[in-house]
Design a protein around this ligand. Structure first.
Ligand code: ADP
Ligand code: MG
Length: 267
């Protein structure tokens, strides 16, 4: 697989707060890379840097052959890398219909935005035409998230950053959204940077997993090996907190290293 995005030694400071430090990772064409870590570990910051909402204070972000880190993006680059933001409620403009929300990137980028195009985008996320005219407040959480995904798809992106796309949803709705995302990735060949604090999700959404701890990348590998043989004590701690379904699985879980042991690793 060709490399689509490559991040090298990426750093971001907010004043004295080091949100990200020395992050290097790549995403291949059509690949789904999960980024996991507890709250405050820098996941959202990484996503915002990748889509260009903020500039890094160090390092490089290459998309195909272009270095993006320290300049404004071209229109094509902005179309190619889209974001589904963290908070599904504040994501959509409540005073506009779902259709108008999805049309916004089409307007911004001067793309065709007729009814037929909107219906087509809604259909991609399994929403019938009638939802085009609904307001966000008239939609369920899962429907709102699918509208947010349709909006991200509108510009024909090659990479979508999904920031905790299912964390506000209950388990069954979450499973539907995950299946939808997986189907879209297969049909359209889009790559994902899939941000989540929920390791239980990773198995069904990612080819590889990157683990962030206090702004640093502590583990990166194929999903199977990271879940089965976590190398880093922090990853083992995250895994030991995952809710499990049966005893057999419970026995397979690594012992829970205490927080102090993990923190000492970084002292
Ligand atoms: N705009 C900002 N100003 C100051 N500090 C910030 C800002 N955004 C994030 N941070 C800090 O950067 C760190 C990483 O935050 P974030 O990327 O939101 O983590 P996560 O998404 O993993 O919860 C946190 O310590 C957070 O407080
Ligand atoms: Mg976040």
């Amino acid at each position: 697989m060709a490399e689509l995005l490559a991040v090298r030694d990426l750093g971001k400071r907010y004043g004295r707060v080091v949100a990200l430090d020395g992050i290097s990772l790549g995403i291949a064409e059509g690949e789904s890379l999960a980024v996991v870590g507890q709250s405050g570990s820098g996941k959202t910051t990484l996503g915002r840097l990748v889509v260009g909402l903020e500039r890094p204070t160090a390092g490089s972000i290459r998309y195909r052959d272009g270095e993006l880190a320290h300049r404004s993006r071209t229109r094509a680059e902005r179309k190619a890398i889209q974001l589904v933001p963290q908070d599904p409620l504040s994501t959509l403009n409540p005073s506009r219909t779902a259709g108008a929300n999805v049309a916004l990137p089409l307007v911004v980028h001067g793309l065709p935005r007729g009814r037929a195009r909107l219906v087509e985008l809604f259909d991609k996320v399994d929403l019938a035409e009638r939802f085009v005219d609904r307001f966000p407040s008239e939609l369920s959480g899962g429907q709102r998230q699918r509208v947010a995904i349709a909006r991200a798809l509108a510009t024909g992106p090659r990479l979508i950053v999904l920031d905790e796309p299912t964390s506000a949803l209950d388990v069954l709705v979450q499973a539907r959204v995950v299946r939808l995302l997986e189907r879209l990735r297969q049909d359209l060949g889009i790559a994902y940077l899939f941000i989540t604090h929920d390791l239980a999700l990773v198995n069904s959404v990612a080819n590889r997993v990157a683990v962030l701890y206090r702004g640093r990348l502590v583990e990166l590998g194929p999903t199977d090996s990271v879940l089965r043989k976590p190398q880093h004590p922090y990853t083992r701690r995250l895994l030991s907190n995952v809710a499990v379904v049966d005893e057999a699985e419970e026995r397979l879980k690594p012992a829970r290293p205490d927080d102090e042991a993990v923190d000492q690793e970084f002292a």
